[in-house]
Every structure is written in C-alpha cells, then in structure tokens.
Write a protein that binds this ligand. Structure first.
Ligand SMILES: Nc1ncnc2c1ncn2[C@@H]1O[C@H](COP(=O)(O)OP(=O)(O)OP(=O)(O)O)[C@@H](O)[C@H]1O
Ligand SMILES: [Mg+2]
Length: 249
C-alpha cells in the first residue's frame, strides 16, 4: 500500500489556487524528493498532508488525500493526523526547554507518564538521529544552546518521538554545513527503512543522492514524477529538462 495517495487534490489561499488537481502517491519505506522553483507550492503540498495548512488564514482544499488508506480530511481528531504524519521545518525549531524535554514534548502531550518509558524514548530517539553521544551528559541543558545542525537533528528526534509513519521534511538542510547535511542524509536513508520519507529540497544533488523517486512541481502542478535517475537523465517533459538544466527557478 502507498503511504500517501492524493487524487485530484487542489488547494487555495483565499481565491488564489495554490495546488491544482494533484494526483500522486508516496511509497512507503522510501525517500521521495520534491523539487521545483520558489513559490510553486511545495510547502503547501507537505502541509496539506499533515493538515497544518488549514491553520493558515483562508486555506481551503478539495479532492482526495489518503494516508495509509484513510481519508485525512474526514478524520475528526486533527492531532491523530499530525502524530501519524510528522513534519520537520526548514529553520530548526528548538522549543525553549531542555534537550530532554524537547524530545518528550510530544509523548507527554499524548499522555505518556511512566518514567522508564520516557527515558527509553529520549535515548532511542536521540540515538536514531545520531545525537545521543553528543548530548547524553547534558540532556538537561537548554536546547537553544545547540548548534544549527544539532538543533535540526533534535527537531527530527522530537518528531520521531511520537512514532510517525510518514516523515515530511521541508528543506531541512538549507541552513546546514556539508558535514551536518551528510549526517541528516544518512539518517533519512536509515529512517526510510521503516518510514515513508518526503523531502522538499532546492539541492538537486541532494535529491539525486538520497531519493528513490523525485517529483517536479511548477505553478501548483506536478509536471513529472518517476525514479530519480530517470528524471535527471531522461526527463520526458521539456519543463523538467529546463529546470534540471538551470533554465527555470
Ligand atoms: N499563508 C499563506 N497565505 C496566503 N498565501 C500563501 C500562504 N502561504 C503560501 N502562500 C502562497 O502560496 C504559494 C505557494 O507557496 P509555498 O510556500 O507552498 O511555495 P514553495 O514551493 O514552498 O516555495 P519556496 O521554495 O520559496 O519555499 C505562493 O504563491 C505563496 O505566496
Ligand atoms: Mg517552501
């Protein structure tokens, strides 16, 4: 089963159409990259999937959007959708709490109280994002003191702590150096053994390095999607070819 299926899905901010009749699917246990010029609707597409776009003024949508076979826009408890579909943003957000409490924010919200379980979650999630060894002796320090790359890994740990089945990442490496970027890419590759990972990136090399599938968007439409290698080496659409050769965007 595909993790995410959208069919004839459109979205608007006020009267302005942002996503136009999108029909795509994201495979489970795989990384899909979304590329396209600024303003083409990449972030709105991600935020439609975990139903955070509707937090914005005058957002509306129509069409079919399923996550593991369930119609996302028919679910009454929005929190369940946001737990199942985690999202990591471009600017790493460290909550004004300790490192440990950043990881535990979601589990506490969802009612986990047992100390041994909380300890397990902290270690497990920090290990998954390769941060445990760096911070295990200072878990109670303010998260705000971490470096940008560490904060981004912490943001991922915070999302993983509520055990999402789909992980959406919106340009997660755009403010990171090559070493931190390499770490995040390794992490995503290993997380994709269990999860559906969707990453928006402006870095075409990054898409090529880690994504099995790539999807190219322009003006709210999906122009072309397919195996990453095929899209890069032999795009079918002239607009895809132009984008990959640097002529658009
Ligand atoms: N909250 C909002 N209210 C109204 N319009 C919005 C809102 N958020 C985004 N838009 C508009 O929707 C369109 C798509 O924006 P979106 O952020 O999805 O693009 P993007 O592809 O992620 O761009 P970038 O690569 O610059 O991040 C843009 O025209 C943008 O101005
Ligand atoms: Mg964006």
């Amino acid at each position: 089963m595909n993790a995410v299926e959208m069919s004839n899905f459109s979205a608007w901010y006020g009267r302005k159409a942002i996503l136009d009749n999108i029909s795509i699917s994201f495979v489970n246990r795989s990384i899909t990259a979304i590329v396209g010029p600024s303003g083409c609707g990449k972030t709105t597409l991600l935020r439609s999937i975990n139903r955070t776009a509707e937090m914005e003024y005058a957002f509306s949508c129509r069409g079919d959007l399923q996550v593991f076979g369930k119609q996302v826009y028919q679910i009454k408890e929005v929190d369940t959708v946001r737990k199942q579909v985690g999202m990591v943003y471009q600017i790493p957000l460290a909550l004004p709490l300790s490192i440990r409490e950043n990881v535990l924010f979601g589990p506490r919200y969802h009612g986990i109280r047992e100390q041994s379980r909380l300890d397990y979650i902290v270690e497990d999630c920090l290990r998954k994002v390769a941060l445990w060894d760096e911070v295990k002796d200072r878990q109670c320090d303010a998260a705000g003191r971490l470096s940008g790359g560490q904060k981004q890994r912490l943001a991922m740990a915070r999302v993983l702590a509520v055990e999402p089945q789909v992980l959406l990442l919106d340009e997660p490496c755009s403010s990171l150096d090559p070493a931190s970027t390499g770490l995040i890419e390794e992490l995503l590759t290993s997380l994709a053994e269990d999860l559906c990972v969707v990453i928006v990136t402006h870095n075409l090399f990054q898409a090529r390095r880690i994504a099995r599938q790539t999807l190219f968007m322009l003006d709210g439409s999906v122009i072309e999607t397919g195996p990453t290698d095929a899209l890069f080496s032999n795009p079918l659409d002239e607009r895809t070819r132009a984008f990959f050769s640097g002529l658009i965007g």
